[in-house]
Ligand binder design. Sequence first.
Ligand code: HEC
Length: 195
Amino acid sequence: MKTLDFIFLLGLSSSLLGASPSDKETPLKEIREIGEKSSTQLLKTLGKNMKQHMKSGGALEALDFCTNQAYTLTESVNAKLPKGVSVKRISAKYRNPTNQPSADELAVLEIFENMKKANIVLPKALVQKRQDHLYKYYKPLVIEKKVCLRCHGHNINAEVKKEIVNRYPQDSAINYKLHDLRGAIVVEIDKRVKQ
Ligand code: HEC
């Protein structure tokens, strides 16, 4: 995995960091640890709640949950993270405009997409150095469960679809298949702040 990051990034972009031993001045190990911990925290929190709502009320109730609480829950995870660290979800085909990637973030999503197209196994994460002290940790999000397709797939139940369009008139987060790249979790880490 580390070799994969490294080889790939050498060829593509000098601002993306793999596990290069030449990055001695970079606290890469620490960045990766903070990134992994924070992104897992968000994934677990959202996943657990989504599962509960799917179980108790099906896709419509879970949809309510996503609309009303995905953002609030993300904020509550952020409140518990160390100072200078924040986490969010992004997607090139987003449902909620809040999750629209910036230009640098979109570039990394495209890298993940191109890797998939070239049958390269996606790395667990990539680290992007934005400025001297500012890093972004990107964890690719691939659709691994069929349940995701109930709200992001081709054949969405008519009632659910209607509710989605009501809430997100500009929605583009549909027509995904199993194993498609859905987006990424991004953890921003500012090393000027002591974590
Ligand atoms: C019950 C419907 C439903 C299911 C099932 C569902 N989602 Fe979503 N998803 C949503 C809604 C609604 C949003 C927008 C949330 C918001 O407003 O913040 C969303 C947003 C997202 C986002 C943020 C990017 C964006 O498009 O705004 C990602 C990433 C995502 N979903 C991935 C998944 C994955 C992976 C699964 C399966 C584990 C999944 N979703 C299952 C309804 C669903």
